[in-house]
Design a protein around this ligand. Structure first.
Ligand SMILES: NC(=O)c1ccc[n+]([C@@H]2O[C@H](COP(=O)([O-])OP(=O)(O)OC[C@H]3O[C@@H](n4cnc5c(N)ncnc54)[C@H](OP(=O)(O)O)[C@@H]3O)[C@@H](O)[C@H]2O)c1
Length: 178
């Protein structure tokens, strides 16, 4: 059975984008070490980063079923292909993860978007965290970790990748249910 992991690139001061919502500075030194997922769950804000949603089918790095949490699916369903499909999920994170696990057929499910990752932790559905620290201080932006003060989360480091510019750490997540 695959795991559910969430991963993002974060500035040293804890932001996943800058004050204008841009992520360019975070990606300047990024060297990916992800394990290729069988399905991806993302939030609507992450989905909306693409200027043309049809481009996902042509260029997106993860050519797998994509599940987008949103209150309002787009009027026009984006282009799909034999591997990349879109499901717009309006009934919560548990439903999105359950559908993604089925679609992933035993492979991992990758989750991103700060808001959605926080819901994943609140639902106690995360197995692992991949966090990549970019060598930049953004000062302002969207915080990766917020609204978690009522949770009891323990992290156990399972591997680290270090190169000249960045540090990436993978953690196993254990949560106590309160
Ligand atoms: N550093 C990185 O690695 C990285 C990677 C990708 C993106 N980013 C940045 O991260 C930003 C996205 O993160 P984010 O925290 O702003 O947003 P997000 O988690 O991608 O999306 C949040 C939105 O998803 C929808 N949603 C979430 N949970 C839902 C639920 N349970 N039911 C229905 N709809 C739900 C809502 O949108 P609606 O109400 O509009 O439907 C919500 O406002 C991007 O804009 C980009 O700047 C950073």
């Amino acid at each position: 059975m695959g795991k559910v992991y969430f991963g993002m690139i974060v500035s040293l001061d804890g932001f996943i984008n800058d004050r204008h919502g841009k992520i360019d500075k975070l990606y300047e030194t990024y060297q990916p070490h992800y394990e290729f997922p069988g399905a991806v769950v993302m939030g609507r804000n992450s989905f909306d980063m693409a200027s043309d949603p049809d481009g996902y089918a042509d260029h997106y790095e993860f050519q797998v079923p994509l599940f987008v949490l949103t209150q309002q699916p787009p009027e026009k369903h984006p282009k799909e292909n034999g591997q990349l499909t879109f499901t717009f999920v309006t009934d919560g994170i548990e439903s999105a993860i359950s559908q993604a696990k089925t679609a992933a057929s035993g492979k991992d499910v990758l989750v991103f978007g700060a808001n959605v990752c926080q819901q994943l932790l609140q639902a106690n559905m995360a197995d692992e965290l991949q966090i990549c620290f970019a060598p930049v201080l953004l000062g302002k932006g969207t915080r990766f970790f917020e609204h978690l003060e009522d949770l009891d989360i323990q992290l156990k480091k399972i591997r680290t990748y270090v190169d000249d510019e960045q540090v990436e750490i993978w953690y196993k997540i254990r949560q106590q249910t309160n």
